[in-house]
Design a protein. Structure first.
Length: 247
């Protein structure tokens, strides 16, 4: 009789998950490879995030530009200081403009060749006064004009002169009129005034004044106007007058 087959081997006993042991060598072999593969990805991501900027090289400023800037700053500071000093001086001293007036005048003659042309002789005493107590002035340009109504009939210049503080000066301005033209209506009006013993003349003065206060000098223009009422020639005297001066 044949022998029966041997019995099958018993199945292996079940193994629990808690009993699974992983060797350290396997862990050590897997960890470096994973770390090596992750590091390039991190570096690539960082490089992608960083903006690519060109390298800036600061340029040195030219020394000549620095010198010009310093000189401009010094010049501006000097101007500011001079302005402040001038303002303080003006506020403390309170400068006043010179006065222009007349103490007397003389109308020696008016002669008509026709209704439109006449001759005349007129002397005007100009009185210049410096009312400042601390400022000396100099009149550098002086022009005195004689008008009948608004018609210019004669012009005279006065020589420049200096005037001390608080001083006064009288200048005789002599107007000699020869064949002066007047429109017919003004000629008739002048004849009427001579007959009525009241001749109206106007004086206009233009002066350039330079004020001196120590090292400070400044110049300005003055414009004066005088309205005169004279008696008739040949002994024409000043009856009344009104003078004003402004800058």
């Amino acid at each position: 009789m044949p022998l029966p087959p041997p019995p099958p081997p018993p199945p292996p006993p079940p193994v629990s998950l808690d009993q699974i042991v992983i060797s350290k060598s396997v862990i050590n072999q897997e960890t470096p490879t994973s770390a090596k593969t992750d590091e390039p990805d991190i570096e690539n991501s960082r490089r992608a995030r960083k903006p690519i900027l060109p390298e800036l090289h600061p340029k040195r400023t030219n020394p000549l530009i620095w010198c010009c800037a310093i000189l401009c700053l010094i010049f501006n500071l000097i101007l500011i200081l001079l302005g402040v000093a001038t303002l303080i001086i003006f506020v403390s001293i309170k400068p006043r403009i010179p006065a222009f007036d007349t103490p007397n005048a003389s109308l020696n003659g008016i002669y008509f060749d026709s209704l439109e042309y006449f001759n005349g002789d007129f002397i005007f005493l100009a009185n210049f006064t410096n009312p400042n107590r601390r400022i000396d002035v100099r009149f550098e340009h002086l022009v005195v004009e004689l008008y009948f109504h608004d018609r210019l009939i004669s012009v005279q210049a006065v020589q420049p002169f200096s005037q001390r503080r608080g001083g006064a000066r009288v200048e005789a301005v002599h107007f000699t009129l020869s064949l002066v033209y007047l429109p017919q209506n003004l000629g008739v009006e002048l004849q009427k005034q001579v007959l009525s013993n009241r001749v109206n003349y106007n004086i206009k003065g233009t002066f350039r004044v330079r004020a001196n206060l120590g090292l400070i000098h400044f110049s300005y223009w003055l414009h004066s106007r005088c309205e005169l009422v004279m008696s008739s020639p040949p002994t024409g005297a000043l009856v009344s007058h009104n003078c004003k001066t402004k800058r």
